[in-house]
Design a protein around this ligand. Structure first.
Ligand code: C2E
Ligand code: MG
Ligand code: MG
Length: 751
């Protein structure tokens, strides 16, 4: 069965191997292919005769003949799949045979075909060296073919070839397994591992892939796959592609279905002529898997072995992915409510904003009103059940792909398309009461909404902008809704910046007190002073009406309270040293300063340190401050009174005090707010109110101090209407202590 071959071409010293060759593949099961290269027509003819009907190692032999080195080169460039190459040493030139061998091993890089050199003239070529250099299997005289027998020589060469190809195939197989394992190790989902596994199997066995992978997650389940006892197809390719994600028992391929079920229930791999079913046990893959692969031919022992190695690696791939998704689940799921958490929300925000800037999507935040009160009143367990019921309600109202996440105790995020998600949609969730067990609860929530493309910055910035907006909604009271407003965010940002600057200023002890004299309206004598805080900065003074409320929102009010108390006492000490020991200095106290219950102790300590008596210290509290925590304030003020100190209600008439509360307070002075004083001349209503305040003060036994007195007319009116004391620019502006001391001395000497 000699193949047709053309006549030899004229001799050429260089051999050209075209680079169009296919790469070596598995040895053909049908016939050994032998290439004979010889320019001796008679010899070739006798070879063709000898190959007829020859069988070696159980297979027929196919002879391909080339009559020159260049013809051989052309044949080899087209097809490298030869088991043995018989080459004549001396052809056109004396070294043609060796040139050919060099080309095969060197340029073509063919290492598996066995080469047998033939020669009619012994001792012509330096054969010993060539045998070593070019991996020659044999070297024989053409005359040997008769004596030793062609068949014997070929059998030896073919056996060597078979061994080499076995090793090479195993090597390539292992390389492919390694490659597939690396890919599987990088896979992040079961679908990805499944796809890589099927591709890897196809590459390993060099067959087209018709296969599918069934998973049995079991009762526990694994993330991304339903916890179910029913097996399901997680990956499929080729003629089974349609079965992906279907329950195993509903797929139409009867025999494959049966075999997959057999493998899963019997926990075994199955080897058939036309298919392979691999079983992966739970201990390696964290779920049970079975892979069905149709094979166009039975697999040989070597392929079976490779398949086993492959399966062991694939199981690790499945195990890895299950582990990763389990870690993923822990990191991105709220443990109590089993819904996405803040990290999951941020991840999804990032994904949507990466995609067309997130336009068309909206984030809603929702903060349950008075959830803390509910917890305190009914216990944490009920609080948890209420949240669970709320999540169920939200899930009913916002179906996937809208995402519902819990981002703090009682704060939820809803992320979805802008036509499905908004504050109005969120508010509608609370229209009906929530049923928890036998009871039902009428909840409300503050909400805010922000478009995903509303601002620059990353997802965390967007979320914190939404938080800011939610805080603004909460400040407006239960059930409030607030749409994100960049202007509000800018102001909030400025507020935060100022709060942190205030912290630094306090640490650097930059703030100081000034003193505004209080004057007896009848005698003109200085009776005392109000201590007012000043914060100097490079851009001038920041007014206390700006920084005190910020300090009250942060913890800085505590440091401010401590500073004012200490400095007030030191001022009293210096006044005494200046011979002004009778004067009283009052300081302003915020409601929050009473919270910690350390106020009295701190004042006593500061007085003792400065060696002054508490009865020289006046406290000014506003009506609103008192109303915020009545009990704590009343107790502290009473204690101060018992030590001889005085108490004034500041800005009186501007708050909304209930008189019954007011009468419980130990009050020495009512301070008429400057808003009435400034309108005394122009507004009869203000005069009426001022008169009422003076009457009320006298009724409860308090004296009156008018604030913000700027003109003689105001002072005259106040004096003639019974107001005892005044404070304001008409008499003096707030001033540093040394100036205040000078002011008092000057007033005294004027008497
Ligand atoms: P306040 O306690 O009612 O203090 C009186 C405010 O009126 C002071 O403003 C004072 O400078 C201003 N004032 C005095 N006389 C006149 C006048 O004739 N005309 C006008 N237009 N204003 C006058 P200031 O110092 O800016 O303080 C504002 C507020 O900040 C204070 O109101 C007080 O509530 C708060 N504050 C000031 N210092 C402290 C402090 O040390 N601690 C606390 N908690 N609050 C303070
Ligand atoms: Mg005051
Ligand atoms: Mg005031």
């Amino acid at each position: 069965m000699a193949a047709n071959a053309s006549r030899p071409t004229p001799e050429d010293d260089s051999i050209e191997f075209a680079d169009e060759a296919s790469h070596p593949t598995l040895p053909p099961a049908s016939a050994w292919r032998v290439l004979a290269v010889d320019d001796d027509q008679d010899f070739q003819r006798s070879l063709a005769l000898a190959f007829k009907n020859i069988r070696i190692l159980g297979r027929p032999v196919e002879l391909v003949q080339a009559f020159s080195v260049s013809e051989a080169a052309r044949l080899l460039a087209r097809d490298r799949d030869y088991a043995v190459i018989l080459a004549d040493v001396v052809m056109g030139s004396a070294r043609d045979g060796l040139k050919l061998v060099k080309g095969i091993r060197g340029m073509l890089g063919l290492t598996t075909p066995r080469i047998v050199l033939l020669t009619g003239q012994p001792n012509f070529a330096p054969i010993d060296q060539a045998m070593e250099d070019y991996d020659l299997t044999d070297y024989c005289l053409k005359s040997d073919l008769a004596t030793r027998g062609l068949k014997n020589i070929l059998t030896g060469a073919l056996r060597a070839y078979a061994q080499l190809t076995t090793i090479a195939t195993a090597h390539r197989g292992l390389e492919r397994i390694l490659e597939a394992s690396n890919q599987m190790a990088g896979a992040r989902s079961i679908a990805e591992v499944a796809r890589t596994l099927l591709d890897g199997l196809g590459a390993l066995l060099q067959i087209p892939i018709d296969g599918m992978i069934a998973i049995q997650a079991g009762e526990v389940g694994i993330p991304g796959v339903d916890a179910a006892t029913e097996a399901r197809i997680v990956g499929a390719a080729g003629c089974f592609a349609e079965t992906r994600l279907q329950p195993l028992n509903t797929i139409p391929h009867e025999s494959a279905r049966r075999l997959l079920n057999d493998a899963l229930s019997g926990r075994v791999s199955i080897d058939r002529k036309d298919c392979q079913v691999l079983y992966f046990p739970r201990q390696h893959a964290m779920a049970e898997y079975a892979v069905y692969l149709a094979t166009p031919r039975p697999l040989d022992a070597q392929e079976q072995e490779l398949l086993r190695v492959f399966a062991a690696n694939a199981a690790k791939g499945f195990g890895n992915v299950a582990l990763i998704s389990r870690l993923d689940q822990t990191a991105f799921t709220d443990a109590l409510l089993n819904i996405p958490n803040r990290s999951a929300l941020l991840r999804e925000l990032g994904r949507l904003r990466g995609d067309r800037n997130g336009s068309g999507y909206r984030l809603v935040l929702l903060d349950v009103d008075n959830y803390g009160g509910l917890n305190d009143a009914f216990g944490v367990a009920l609080g948890d059940r209420v949240l669970t019921a709320l999540v169920a309600r939200l899930q009913q109202r916002f179906a996937p792909p809208t995402l519902i996440a819990r981002i703090a105790g009682d704060v939820f995020a809803i992320l979805g398309k802008h036509n499905a998600v908004g504050t109005a949609h969120a508010a509608a969730v609370f229209e009906e009461p929530l049923a928890v067990g036998e009871d039902s609860y009428h909840l409300s929530a503050c909400t805010t909404e922000i478009a995903l493309d509303a601002r620059d910055g990353d997802s965390a910035d967007l979320l914190s902008a939404a938080w800011g907006s939610l805080r603004a909604a909460k400040a407006r009271g239960p059930g409030s809704a607030q749409h994100y407003d960049p202007e509000v965010e800018r102001r909030t940002g400025e507020r935060f910046a100022l709060i942190s600057r205030l912290g630094k200023a306090l640490r650097d002890e930059v703030l100081f007190l000034v003193f505004q004299p209080q004057v007896d309206l009848r005698t003109g004598a200085v009776t005392g002073a109000e201590a007012l805080l000043r914060w100097p900065t490079d851009d001038g003074f920041i007014p206390p009406n700006t920084f005190i409320p910020l300090a009250e929102q942060s913890s800085h009010i505590d440091a401010i309270g401590a500073l004012v108390t200490r400095h007030t006492c030191r001022a009293l000490q210096q006044l005494a040293q200046a011979g002004l020991g009778k004067l009283c200095v009052s300081m302003n106290v915020s409601a929050r300063q009473f919270d910690a219950n350390t106020f009295s102790a701190r004042l006593a300590e500061a007085c003792a340190e400065a060696g002054v008596s508490p009865d020289q210290v006046g406290l000014e509290v506003t009506e609103t401050a008192v109303m915020q925590s009545v009990e704590a304030v009343i107790d502290t003020l009473h204690a101060h009174r018992r030590r001889g100190g005085s108490v004034a209600i500041d800005d009186f008439g501007t708050g909304m005090s209930s008189l019954s509360y007011l009468l419980q307070l130990p009050i020495d002075h009512l301070k008429i707010d400057q808003s009435f004083v400034s309108r005394l001349e122009s507004d009869p209503r203000s005069r009426t109110l001022a008169r009422m305040i003076i009457d009320l003060g006298h009724t409860i036994g308090a004296s009156l101090i008018a604030e913000g007195v700027e003109t003689d007319a105001q002072a005259d009116w106040l004096r003639s209407n019974g107001c005892e004391t005044a404070q304001g620019w008409r008499f003096a502006r707030p001033m540093p202590l040394p100036e205040f001391i000078d002011f008092c001395r000057a007033a005294r000497s004027a008497d």
